[in-house]
Design a protein around this ligand. Structure first.
Ligand code: KIV
Ligand code: ZN
Length: 496
């Protein structure tokens, strides 16, 4: 059985896609969760691209011990200096340098000749190698490059010290057979002198197929992102690659070190902090991935689950959604349940308090409710503003009116009233008056976490203020309250 290394780029390629930006606190929360998932490499960002990215790579590098932490750099000394400055404190640092090899990128974007490209790549790898023993070189747009030139470049950068060479299908253009052929050709050229990595985008919906075809052809590392987030149509989805390899170990004779029981909660956390929902029919982590509707399927499942299920929900850590605890349950039982669900118990006090409040309101507190409580708390920004109370009056032929009371930095109580087009608008306007800002509401979404008339509502909002986008999430048995909480969470994210 070959071991395929998983290089997670959720915090770099994933984070740079529209609407997926995360603040430092959110990135650290995702990095901690990723460490439990246990990929070989976490790409934490692009240090030279902004002070915020630099700080994120540095903080993640200082925090993570169980995975290699990589920082992306162009083939420029100033980028590599910033990359090393950010990563020098990491337990296992990797400098990831990239330069395009395709004719279209060389001619129109970089305006350099193939020979100049080769020289720049080699000197960047040599420079990076002075600081860091683990250097990866990526040939951007490799799949649209001349294969002979690509092999020449890889041979030269390996000679210069690269231990991993990455073959990105940057534009998602490749077909599985074709991409496998390219990997075989590169493998034939470089042998075992360096690891071969692949990084596939999903423009034609083939990122996972291309990555798995590459593994079959000899690739050693796959670059991918949770929920498949990434530039344009996204990256290959981590959960699909991992479960594809695990479920079909017999076919590819390969597996990863990933702790698959952490897949579901990691997916939920990434969706929550980015505000980007997972489509219901998404493989592995979509809401319907394990739902069986047709009677004939249900009949088969009852006789034997394997009639229609090739993997179990438990294998990716999906909570069973059974009634677990009630209002008389103690903290110990609650903590035990969190452990069984693979949810971090670091916020036990607050989570338990919220559980008690919920148990007073709901007849049945399910695993999904508990998961929503805990995920809601982790990754949330410190509460500059805390919801102290609210009233909304709304009806068919009356203007909606709302009064909101917030506690500011635990110091003073601020209260405002406003009218609006509907209860949510009135509430958000009252909050705007309190904070003295009018952020644009870019996205608003409401869903029920479980079934039943006492189900909790989960609201996701995305706001923009002075060019900064922030997400917020709120959960409550009252949908107006969950909306208000989500809006305040986004405002608090703006404040950090
Ligand atoms: O898609 C791409 O080519 C990349 C590289 C920087 C690895 O993200
Ligand atoms: Zn990419």
């Amino acid at each position: 059985m070959r071991n395929i290394e998983i290089f997670d780029t959720t915090l770099r390629d994933g984070e740079q896609s529209p609407g997926c930006s995360m603040n430092l606190r959110e990135k650290l929360e995702v990095a901690k969760r990723l460490e439990r998932l246990y990929p070989d490499v976490i790409e934490a960002g692009f240090p030279a691209s902004s002070p915020g990215d630099f700080q994120a790579v540095k903080s993640i590098g200082d925090l993570i011990t169980e995975c290699t932490v990589a920082g992306l750099c162009r083939c420029l000394e100033k980028d590599i200096d910033a990359g090393w400055e950010a990563l020098r404190g990491a337990a296992h640092p990797r400098l990831h340098v990239f330069l395009a090899t395709s004719p279209i990128h060389l001619e129109y974007k970089l305006k350099i000749s193939p020979d100049q490209m080769l020289e720049q790549a080699v000197s960047a790898v040599k420079y990076a190698k002075k600081f860091c023993s683990d250097v990866e070189f990526s040939a951007e747009d490799a799949s649209r490059s001349d294969p002979d030139f690509l092999c020449r470049v890889f041979g030269a950068v390996i000679q210069a010290g690269a231990s991993v060479v990455n073959v990105p299908d940057t534009t998602g253009y490749a077909m599985p057979e074709e991409f496998a052929g390219l990997i075989r050709r590169i493998k034939g050229h470089i042998g075992n002198k360096a690891k071969i990595s692949v990084h596939c985008h999903n423009d034609l919906g083939l990122a996972v197929a291309n990555s798995l075809a590459a593994v079959g052809a000899g690739a050693d590392q796959v670059e991918c992102a949770i929920n498949g987030i990434g530039e344009r149509a996204g990256n290959a989805s981590l959960e699909e690659i991992v479960m594809g390899l695990r479920v079909r170990r017999d076919f590819l004779q390969a597996d990863t070190r990933i702790n698959s029981s952490q897949i579901y909660t990691t997916s939920r956390l990434v969706s929550q902090v980015t505000g980007v929902k997972v489509q219901p029919n998404k493989a592995i982590v979509g809401e319907n991935a394990f739902a069986h509707e047709a009677g004939i399927h249900q009949h088969g499942l009852l006789a034997n689950r394997e009639t229609y299920e090739i993997m179990t929900p438990a294998s990716i850590g999906i909570p069973k959604n059974r009634m677990v605890l009630g209002k008389h349950s103690g903290k110990h039982a609650f903590e035990e349940r969190l452990r069984e669900l693979g949810l971090p118990a670091e916020s036990l006090e607050t989570a338990f308090l919220q559980f008690k409040i919920l148990a007073d309101k709901k007849k049945i507190v399910s695993d999904l409710d508990i998961e929503a409580l805990v995920l809601g708390e982790s990754g949330a920004s410190p509460e500059t503003y805390h919801l102290d109370g609210w009233v909304v009056n709304s009806g068919s032929s009356f203007t909606s009116m709302s009064t909101i009371r917030l506690r500011y930095k635990d110091e003073k109580i601020l209260e405002q009233a406003s009218v609006g087009h509907g209860p949510i608008d009135a509430a958000f306007k009252a909050i705007n008056q309190i904070i003295g800002k009018e952020p644009a509401l870019e996205h608003y979404e409401l869903r029920a976490i479980t079934g039943g008339e006492d189900a909790q509502g989960e609201t996701m909002v995305r706001i923009i203020w002075e060019g900064r986008r922030r997400n917020g999430r709120g959960v409550s048995t009252d949908v107006i309250e969950s909306s208000i909480k989500a809006y305040i969470a986004a405002i608090n994210a703006l404040e950090t």
